[in-house]
Write a protein of this length. Structure first.
Length: 268
């Protein structure tokens, strides 16, 4: 919450739980943001986000929404939304705050021009909650006159992407990328989908608890993989490139599964 407060961004939650249940949870957990009750799921239905995977025949969870969040600007316009069919992995606060501030695809200006494409890869959090979606962020700096390929690409060419090595307990989702535009190469006549200017790619990723390992007596999650890309100018293609990454994250002291058990207890 300090980061939201410092940025002047208000946070609200909406659930189908009764006011008393929300008050008990808020008091027990020291919640400092506003929690809204929608016991008949009227607002949830109005937004079209009622979880239709749960049967309506007396199921105790019927009425909950699909897990998700909206970022809304000062004029009440939705500027971003984050929704998942599975409640077990949700986007974290870093992505929500970045979207609310319009920073999801911002690129800081480079100190000086570069002759080749360069890439910086980072994880957007230093702690991975079990079941919470965070993002691997790849920022490509593309020299003037060059372009990165996006999907789809012809056979033999490489679209810019983020790949994560297979590992127990690591879950990755669909790559999030800015829109592309079409470019026809003067040399070959091929028409390709390319990104204009510098590019930010984001890969949602989570761990389900099985990814944790002990390093020097402390729990640790290791994530490795590579970023791939290929660039071109207006005439010809460059060679495919790749850059490996390997970074670790300390899991939070309490997993989201623990919070879910406690919250489920308050619901009952």
């Amino acid at each position: 919450m300090p980061a939201f407060d410092a940025a002047g961004v208000k946070l609200y939650t909406l659930t189908y739980d009764e006011v008393d249940a929300l008050a008990d949870y808020s008091k027990a957990m020291g919640v400092t943001f506003t929690m809204l009750s929608d016991p008949n799921s009227e607002v949830i239905r109005a937004f079209g986000i009622l979880n239709t995977l749960i049967p309506s025949d007396e199921h105790p969870w019927y009425g909950i929404p699909f897990p998700g969040a909206y970022a809304i600007d000062a004029d009440g316009v939705i500027v971003a939304k984050f929704f998942e069919r599975n409640f077990g992995a949700r986007f974290g606060s870093e992505q929500l705050l970045a979207a609310a501030l319009g920073r999801r695809f911002e690129v800081e200006p480079a100190a000086s021009p570069a002759a080749e494409v360069t890439v910086e890869v980072r994880l957007d959090a230093d702690r991975l909650l079990s079941g919470v979606l965070h993002e691997i962020v790849a920022t490509f700096r593309v020299p003037e006159g060059q372009h990165l390929y996006g999907e789809p690409v012809p056979d033999g060419l490489v679209a810019a992407t983020i790949e994560v090595d297979d590992a127990p307990g690591i879950i990755s989702r669909t790559l999030v990328a800015p829109p592309t535009s079409r470019l026809t190469l003067a040399g070959s006549g091929d028409t390709l989908e390319v990104y204009e200017g510098d590019v930010v790619l984001r890969l949602p990723i989570a761990q389900n608890g099985r990814a944790m390992q002990k390093v020097d007596g402390k729990r640790h999650v290791d994530i490795s993989g590579r970023v791939r890309w290929q660039s071109c100018d207006d005439v010809e293609c460059g060679l495919p490139q790749s850059q490996s990454f390997d970074f670790g994250s300390k899991p939070a002291s309490r997993s989201s599964r623990t919070w879910d058990r406690e919250w489920d207890g308050y619901r009952r």
